[in-house]
Design a protein around this ligand. Sequence first.
Ligand code: FAD
Length: 275
Amino acid sequence: MKPHNFSIEFFPPKTVEGTEKLRVTRAKLATLNPKYFSVTFGAGGTTQQGTLDTVVEIRREGFDAAPHLSCVGGTRESIRTILREYQAHDIRRLVALRGDLPSGYGMGGEFRYAAELVEFIRAETGNWFHIEVAAYPEMHPQARSPQDDLSNFVRKINAGADAAITQYFYNADAYFRFVEEAQKLGVTAPIVAGIMPITNSSQLQRFSEMCGAEIPRWIRLKLNSYGDDNASIKAFGLDVVTSMCERLLQGGAPGLHFYSLNQAAATTAIWERLV
Ligand code: FAD
């Protein structure tokens, strides 16, 4: 089953070669006809221009695009300036986040949480933007408890978010439970499942550790058993992630958001397998 609500995430390239490579990736992924592409935003504004440039380029190619906007380290004035710039480019979608500054930077800035950013965006720009926020079926790593994290998520929706995209996960049950609990608290906004294709074992395990996504033991053991055999890792990853996408869609997930890491092959392979 192929979902109508299907989006693909990129990060803004830092080099000329990266920009060129992303153009090639994008041309391949454009043939899948996603609803929109999104482009991440380095916390503290480190990729501000790169994010905007990439979004503008995607829109020029005829696709909808959403810049991410993280508020950590930002001031009301700096965020206001970014919002005006996005409006001047007629950008209508945003993914609103708190972000994480590198350790040692503290939090800084005038916003503590993404809910405050959403509230500010609505106060400044009314309904101009369609706003997505982040959701964590396996709990955000800094949350006090799953219940607390869920209440904080509901707060973001009540502050004016239209929809949510989850952190990636490999436990479909965690997603279904999170959605059910959010709905019991009155959330009607779609909660789109974030999908991380598995293409590399050590990088995925390192990254998952940081962002609090669990790799189930049986998946981790299988990946470890393949060692440097990248072809087997990719084939296994494709099977596992495609099956999970099918289960999510059959269970009512309103859409899929692919963390492409600026690569076309894995997202395309999963998409083509979804019938
Ligand atoms: P919040 O919703 O503010 O939550 C952060 C933590 O604070 C949670 O533990 C929450 O439970 C807690 N909390 C919230 N409100 C309160 C409150 N009132 N009192 C006490 N505790 C509270 N990062 C980037 O830097 N750039 C990106 O482009 C980016 N894109 C992302 C896209 C998606 C789809 C996802 C899932 C994550 C993305 N991230 C990005 C990572 C994200 O910034 C981090 O996970 C960050 O740590 C939390 O951001 P948030 O918006 O979920 O924060």
